[in-house]
Structure formats: structure tokens, C-alpha cells
Design a protein. Structure first.
Length: 425
């Protein structure tokens, strides 16, 4: 994987290189989602500034292997994890939230030591950022950028019974954890220390202001490498029949896939299919739901696919459906838009910010019954109106090229770095 060559043009006031410390719990080359954010941010930002990154020790092998093949000047990594005996209880996703919280507390000493040696101009807490978890690097006495921050969006209570028992318990536990976090002195310290907090959604922005953060702005976290945007743009168009709706992601209760299945059944459109790409603990219930509604023959469960195979399946579909009930950000919608797919999503969380009215439909959450009805109507409109579908397809691709490349995101973040440094002077 070759490093990206990017030419930025900044005002003279932004021409000087800064010494930047980035906290990136997730940071790994060749990965998507949060680990991809950490890696892309670090490697891109090192072309503009002198960058130090604190990340987990379990990312070290992949990072060092990549840097041995493709060295990057002005980029330095520092690794931290607790000893094996102190984290034996963490296995995969089990215990990840507690471990992440403890990790933030654990890096404070390392961050102070680095600052004493280097003297940072800016400190940035960048990945897995939840508004209710404190940032360890906030203890460094340099201008502090927090985010993009998410985690405040919650589906209306009317939708909770549809989540199933596990989903209901998970959402209740999440709300309790947020409440506890909001009353933590460490969190309030983080909020007060932030010269600027970047919120992924309006709901999170409101929470940050309530915590006492002085300045809050909206910024979407998701971004794609330029070559990936172009590759997605060049995917071949789908066949005219059958007409396919597609969802790509984990099959979890909070992803709202059951709403999409109900809406697809309600449409009753001829020669149509709903493709579900991904896996998860909710799959069996979704299979049973499709059978119960009499549409099992038109709903295909592909399971988890390699990325390139999944993107090929995406190219064979006409419309992307993303009924998630509280994603703070996410990469699925920008990827689908880059591939020219109109998006149907719910008007909540990150997708509601990512998707414009020109690129798709954002369905309000008033009641489960009304939401299913409106999802079905959006499906029907895009099925029947090919001109609308083509206009949304073109608008979606333009929107991604303008707002969702790493060139754009790093330009925005670097401008924020200089802004908070200049404000402190």
C-alpha cells in the first residue's frame, strides 16, 4: 500500500508545521472504520505537521511492518497497553468499552512525558471518541482538540420493543453508562479543557455544550481515500432486473434491519430483491421475520464477505438502505454514495448528517408503523422513478467527492489546529 501523495494549498498563516500529539486507540493500516481513521489521519497529517501518535500496543506489528516498507517522515508512534495479566478479561468485543475507558486513564502519564520532551503545539483525541468518556491526552497543557465526538443519539422509546430482549437491555445499559459518564469529574475536566470539540451529530453537540465545552462545531468523521472514491465511482451499473435494495453492515438489533424487511414486504413490488450483506447475532431472527412475512424468496442473506466481494455485490444493486437507529457516523453511506447509490436512511445520527436530500431520503422516526410506511414509500418512489434515481445517483457521487475525501478532512482538521493555536496566543 503506497502512501498517498497530497498537495495542499493553505493560507500563509497555516504554512508553519506544528508539533501534534494524536490519541488514536484505533490505528492500523489496511483497515476500515475507526482503525482506518487513526491510520489515515496520522499518515496524512504527517505531511503537514510533525506528528506523534499514542495507540494500542496490539497495533504495533501492523504499523511497524507498513512503515518498514513505506517510511513516512515526521511520523512517530508510541504504544501503550496494560500488562496481559491486567487485561485477561478482555476478549474481542467483550469488555471493550471498559478497557477503552481504562486505556484513556492509563495514557495520561505517557502523554505528559512526551509533552515534556517535545513541547506539543496541539493535542488531538481522534478515534473511538464518545462524548461520555474522558480523553487521557486532555491532561497535556497544550491547545486540545476533541473529536469528532459521537455517542449521544438514541432511538425514541417507541422503537425499543422492536429491538428484542438483547437490544433492549443493551440500549438501557448504554443509557446508564452515559449517565454515569456524564457525572464523572474526569469527563468534565476533558470538556473544559477542549479549545474546540467537533461533534458528529446535533444531538452530540448539544450534550457537549451541556458538559461545558466552550466551542462546538459539527464535523462528520467518515472519510475515504481518494483512490477508493474513484474506484467506487467506476463500479459497473447494476442490471435492469431484478431491482435490488441492499444493506451492508452488521446484523445487530440497533441497525434497524427489521424495519427495512418490514418496509420491503409492504412494498410488494414485482421483480425486486433485498440483499443483506453482513452477519451478526440478529441474523436468525431476521431470517425468521422474512419467512413470516412471506418474502423469504426475495431476501438474500450473504453473510460477511471480503471487502472487494462486498463492493462487487453493492455494484449489482440499485438503492442502498441504511435504517440504523443510532450510528454516530459510519462509512457505509459514503461508500454507497460514492458508488452512485441513492440512500434511504433514518433521520437520526450520522447518516442524517452525511446524506443530503439530493442524495436520498431521510425518514423521520415518529412511530415504528409510520417509519416502515415511509421507508416503503421511499423504496417505491426510487423503484418507479428512474429519472429521480439517476439524479440522486449523480448528486451522491458529487457530494462524496466534495465532502468525504481524506484530502478534505485533513484540510479541515489542520485548519482547526491552526485556529486553536492562534486563539491561545
Amino acid at each position: 500500500m503506497q502512501p498517498h501523495t497530497i498537495n495542499f494549498k493553505f493560507p500563509l498563516s497555516m504554512a508553519s508545521r506544528l508539533k501534534v500529539l494524536i490519541s488514536a486507540y484505533g490505528c492500523e493500516p489496511g483497515k476500515g472504520s475507526e482503525p482506518g481513521v487513526g491510520w489515515q489521519l496520522a499518515t496524512h497529517m504527517a505531511r503537514l505537521n510533525d506528528v506523534w501518535v499514542i495507540t494500542r500496543a496490539n497495533n504495533k506489528a501492523a504499523i511497524e511492518a507498513e512503515l518498514s516498507k513505506h517510511p513516512i517522515d515526521n511520523l512517530h508512534f508510541c504504544y501503550f497497553d496494560f500488562p496481559a495479566w491486567a487485561r485477561f478479561w478482555k476478549r474481542g468485543p467483550r469488555g471493550v468499552n471498559l478497557y477503552y475507558y481504562l486505556w484513556q486513564l492509563g495514557i495520561r502519564k505517557l502523554a505528559r512525558q512526551l509533552h515534556a520532551q517535545v513541547g506539543f503545539d496541539v493535542v488531538h483525541h481522534a478515534t473511538f471518541v464518545k462524548y461520555w468518556v474522558p480523553a487521557g491526552v486532555a491532561v497535556v497543557t497544550a491547545p486540545f482538540l476533541w473529536g469528532p465526538v459521537g455517542g449521544a443519539d438514541t432511538p425514541p422509546l417507541a422503537f425499543w420493543p422492536g429491538l428484542g430482549c438483547r437490544g433492549f437491555v443493551f440500549e438501557a445499559a448504554r443509557c446508564l453508562a452515559r449517565w454515569i459518564g456524564e457525572h464523572s469529574p474526569s469527563l468534565h475536566f476533558t470538556a473544559r479543557r477542549a479549545a474546540l470539540a467537533l461533534a458528529t451529530t446535533p444531538a452530540t453537540a448539544a450534550r457537549l455544550k451541556k458538559l461545558g465545552t466552550r466551542k462546538v462545531e459539527l464535523l462528520i468523521e467518515a472519510a475515504l481515500p481518494e483512490q477508493e472514491v474513484q474506484a467506487l465511482k467506476k463500479l459497473p451499473p447494476p442490471p435492469s432486473e431484478p431491482f435490488r435494495f441492499v444493506y451492508l453492515g452488521n446484523l445487530l438489533w440497533l441497525k434497524g434491519v427489521h424495519l427495512a424487511i418490514h418496509a420491503f414486504a409492504r412494498c410488494g413490488l414485482p421483480k425486486t430483491e433485498l440483499w443483506l450483506i453482513g452477519d451478526g447475532p440478529y441474523r436468525a431472527k431476521l431470517v425468521n421475520l422474512a419467512e413470516k412475512l412471506g418474502i423469504a424468496g426475495n431476501v438474500r442473506f450473504f453473510g460477511k464477505l471480503p471487502r472487494q466481494v462486498a463492493l462487487q455485490r453493492l455494484s449489482e444493486c440499485h438503492v442502498y438502505v441504511h435504517p440504523s437507529l443510532h450510528d454516530s457516523g459510519g462509512w457505509a453511506c459514503p461508500e454507497a454514495m460514492a458508488a452512485g447509490k441513492p440512500v434511504i436512511c433514518l433521520d437520526i445520527g450520522g447518516p442524517a448528517v452525511e446524506v443530503t436530500n439530493e442524495c436520498g431520503f431521510k425518514i423521520p422516526l415518529r412511530s415504528p408503523e409510520e417509519t416502515v410506511y415511509l421507508l416503503a414509500e421511499a423504496m417505491r418512489r426510487l423503484y418507479l422513478d428512474s429519472d429521480l434515481r439517476l439524479r440522486m445517483s449523480a448528486a451522491a457521487q458529487k457530494h462524496v467527492e466534495k465532502e468525504f475525501t481524506w484530502t478534505k478532512r485533513v484540510e479541515q482538521l489542520n485548519s482547526y489546529y491552526h485556529m486553536i493555536v492562534n486563539t491561545q496566543e
